[in-house]
Design a protein around this ligand. Structure first.
Ligand SMILES: [Zn+2]
Length: 123
C-alpha cells in the first residue's frame, strides 16, 4: 500500500525542513572545528533526501564538497570563479580542503534571463 499523495507531500516537506536544519548545524560544526560532526550531519541530510526522494536543495548542493564531505563556506575554505568557456560557461567552486572542483553550468540561468527579457519587452 502506497502513501496517499498528500502524505507524500508532507513527508517531503518534513525532509526538506530537516535537511535545512542539519545543514545549518553542519556549517556551525565546521566553524567550530568539529569536522567529524559536520560530516555526520551532511551524511544524514543526504540520506534523508534519498529516502524521501527529494532533490537535495540547490542552495546546499553547491555548498557541499562530495569528495571530502565538507561544507563549503565562500571566502573561508573554497574559491569561486566564473569560467567563460564558449561551449560551456560555468561557475567553478574549488574546495580548498581537497582540491576538488565543482562545476555549475550557467546555461540555464542565461536562458532564464533571456526569457525574462523577452517577457519584459512584450509588455
Ligand atoms: Zn573537498
Amino acid at each position: 500500500m502506497g502513501y496517499s499523495k498528500r502524505k507524500t507531500k508532507k513527508i517531503k516537506e518534513i525532509a526538506l525542513e530537516r535537511i535545512e536544519i542539519l545543514m545549518n548545524l553542519a556549517e556551525e560544526a565546521y566553524r567550530k572545528g568539529q569536522l567529524e560532526r559536520m560530516r555526520r550531519y551532511i551524511e544524514l541530510s543526504r540520506r534523508i533526501a534519498m529516502k524521501a526522494r527529494v532533490p537535495f536543495p540547490k542552495k546546499w548542493k553547491r555548498r557541499i564538497c562530495k569528495k571530502c564531505l565538507t561544507v563549503l563556506i565562500y571566502g573561508v575554505n573554497c574559491t569561486v570563479r566564473t569560467v567563460s568557456d564558449k561551449s560551456c560557461p560555468h561557475v567553478a567552486i574549488k574546495c580548498l580542503n581537497c582540491g576538488n572542483v565543482i562545476k555549475i553550468p550557467m546555461v540555464r540561468e542565461k536562458k532564464l534571463k533571456r526569457r525574462l527579457k523577452r517577457m519584459a519587452s512584450t509588455k
